[in-house]
Ligand binder design. Sequence first.
Ligand code: NAD
Length: 448
Amino acid sequence: MRVVNPATEEPIAELEPAGVEEADAAVARAKAAFPAWRAFTPDARARVLRRLATLVEEHGEELALLETRNVGKPIADSRGEVQMVADVFQFYAGAVDKHHGETIPVSGGVDMTFREALGVVGLIVPWNFPIAIASWKLGPALACGNTVVLKPAELTPLTAVRLGELALEAGIPEGVLNVVVGPGSKVGARLAEHPDIAKIGFTGSTEVGRGVMEAAAGTIKRVTLELGGKSANVVFADADLERAAAQAPYAVFGNAGQDCCARSRILVERSAYDRFLELLVDATRGVRVGDPEDDATEMGPLITAAHREQVASFVDGNVAFRGDTPDGAGFWFPCTLVEATNDDRVAREEVFGPVAAVIPFEDEADAIRIANDTPYGLSGSIWTRDGARAFRVARAIDSGVLSINANTSVRVQTPFGGFKQSGFGRELGLHALEGYSEVKNVYYSTEA
Ligand code: NAD
């Protein structure tokens, strides 16, 4: 299996792909390691997770460079994502002894709940944020006492493999975290149906997620699905238009648009539409596209040539702006703004590239209607100086994560996940622990 740098098209690693047999062997190792890992005291489990966080920080530059070369993402972004990985392990190290049960008033005795580990969990990760998304699943899974088979995307496995080595160095016992690199159709599909796997934590496309859910049904596996998105960035005429326009490009062209939270539908109130578009074009012109290893770069190439073709197929309408790209090797695609309606393909499907649809709306009700007119519901933004309206609209949009006068979606401490066909279950924050544990209720009679 050849791993390629998307910015140079040069091979950077050659790996032997695993298949069903290797997946089964990894599940067996994880199953064998489960009793001892579950028996780790909370202190001991927290300690090794904290050590892993420290090791990730100490190897930060190495991991960031590996991620940049494998995904083509700007080095500044990779550094931020690797720091987040360390923060995620710190957070869940701290959560181990705060994931409490309850005591419940009942007749005739004492009733209490325990948070039990599930057993072996399968974690399936996409190629766009490889190490970050792996950590969002690994942190809570390990903190709750589960053992893991982690399957990175076949295009971008390198940081996951390195993370597996660092976990061993941190003192996480052999067999607790198993990284298996192989095709989704073999390794991923096997994990989804495997009788010894209790839960699948999946991030990827809605189409593959649907198949994972079907395969998991065979053994009533728990599933968490973090799927696609088509998020709206809603700009009202009373917003700070300069600020909203200055930030909008980064909310869709970040990671070259290969972001499930990309605000790829920019909805603008008609009375401010012309002015906003002018500001947006200027801001988009300023996005620095180029060598991902350059500290100043803000956008790199797409992941593959085939993906670039797919992205290009969305640009057939009214192009308001098309940016520049470097010459020569690399799967480059320019920042592109398209004027559209919400019925156009570019507004309905996930492009997963640097293409934004700019769509006018008439009033608050129309903005909410358009924002919700999508099968997805992952993320989104609302820009207005009217605080009451900001909250009215935030409550009315069917989406798991919203920002007001900002475009952020993901924080270590806060729940992240989708409504509708963007999936279900929540990652990050204390909410993620619910997805990696089972509530057990125990009643103790106190009758004499
Ligand atoms: P993908 O669905 O093609 O692949 C995701 C993972 O699933 C990969 O590891 C792949 O090997 C594996 N896989 C493929 N076929 C499988 C099968 N039959 N059974 C089990 N596993 C299988 O997605 P991708 O192209 O890697 O990533 C892009 C998609 O991920 C986009 O749709 C994006 O929106 C989504 N995404 C969602 C989030 C989120 O948190 N909601 C975050 C990042 C990406």
